[in-house]
Design a protein. Structure first.
Length: 163
């Protein structure tokens, strides 16, 4: 399948994708700030440059985009165009995530991963529940945790008739 956009248009679209201050990241920051937590942003001195760093709790939070980090939810689908590139790119991202998690754990950091699907899409969670789960984790001694959206199955074919 060929790309429907010209190379110039595709380049422009891709250049506008942010690596920091994404909508999901801003949502999490707002929720945790309202809960009274204070944090550092994108600390380059730590492996993986975590999105949120809580030195007081020796904890970090990564807010992962489901597409970029290959989450197995409804929000992730490998593009049909340039498929080999994307499969390699996402596999490399996942390998890098794993290396960074291991390096952080060796340094004694606790890690929470919040997936984009927890914040948007059909399986999204109530923001209050996300804030509560993240707060509970920060105040606990648990080494790692994950918050993702409710897994829902993709529909195939035509819509079922509703009664």
């Amino acid at each position: 399948m060929t790309d429907v956009l010209t190379p110039e248009s595709r380049s422009l679209c891709m250049s506008r994708i942010r690596g920091t201050n994404t909508k999901p990241e801003l949502q999490i920051r707002k929720l945790l700030f309202a809960e009274g937590f204070r944090y550092k942003l994108n600390d380059a001195s730590l492996p993986g440059k975590p999105d949120l760093v809580f030195p007081k709790y020796k904890a970090v939070i990564f807010v992962h985009g489901c597409f970029w980090h290959g989450h197995g939810c409804r929000l992730f689908k490998v593009p049909e165009t340039n498929r080999e590139f994307w499969v390699t790119k996402i596999a490399n991202n996942r390998a890098n995530d794993s290396r960074c998690r291991k390096a952080l754990q060796r340094c004694g950091w606790r890690i929470l991963t919040i997936w984009e699907c927890a914040l948007r899409g059909p399986g999204r969670l109530d923001p209050a529940k996300i804030a509560s789960a993240a707060s509970d984790w920060l105040l606990s001694a648990r080494r790692s945790a994950t918050i993702g959206g409710v897994r829902t199955q993709r529909r195939r074919g035509t819509r079922a008739a509703r009664s």
